[in-house]
Design a protein around this ligand. Structure first.
Ligand SMILES: Cc1cc2nc3c(=O)[nH]c(=O)nc-3n(C[C@H](O)[C@H](O)[C@H](O)COP(=O)(O)O)c2cc1C
Length: 135
């Protein structure tokens, strides 16, 4: 089982990171292969709706850090999306990432994978319901 954790908080060692680490700790104890990426360390340009990912091989043609992340998503059985609540939505960086997931919607490559959303907030659980719904 391969687990890919994506940290969408700019705060390395912050709340999102700590919570995701707890999940990864349990995964490692079970012998799962785990990888954690900090999205703020990757250059991610915005989706420009060029629609190249909707045809042919469903490949995003933007040349940036997503080129390294897409294959990891393909390989992962479980993807953990970690983002703090910023005004009832994800961080800007995580939103860039979500928009760039479009090829994976078009090519159905998310089918069969499991997703986990980790979204700490100052106000408590209810404040994150829109974020969970979006994912
Ligand atoms: C720009 C910004 C907006 C935020 N908006 C909210 C909010 O609307 N509701 C909330 O409960 N917390 C909000 N927070 C608080 C963060 O969600 C909270 O501190 C979170 O635990 C930070 O996680 P991190 O340590 O992983 O970055 C906001 C924080 C920032 C910086």
């Amino acid at each position: 089982m391969k687990i890919l954790a994506l940290i969408g908080s700019p705060r390395k060692g912050g709340n999102t990171d700590v919570l995701v680490d707890q999940i990864l700790k349990g995964c490692k104890e079970r012998g799962y292969i785990c990888e954690k990426l900090y999205l703020y360390q990757h250059k991610i340009f915005p989706c420009i709706d060029c629609r190249n990912c909707k045809k042919g091989n469903y490949i995003c043609t933007i040349n940036d850090g997503m080129k390294q992340i897409y294959p990891k998503m393909t390989e992962a059985d479980v993807i953990i999306f970690g983002t703090p609540n910023y005004w009832y939505g994800p961080t800007g960086k995580m939103k860039l990432f979500i928009d760039r997931m479009r090829p994976f919607i078009e090519n159905n490559k998310l089918r069969g994978k499991k997703g986990i959303v980790v979204t700490p907030s100052a106000e408590g659980t209810k404040a994150s319901s829109l974020i969970v719904e979006m994912f």
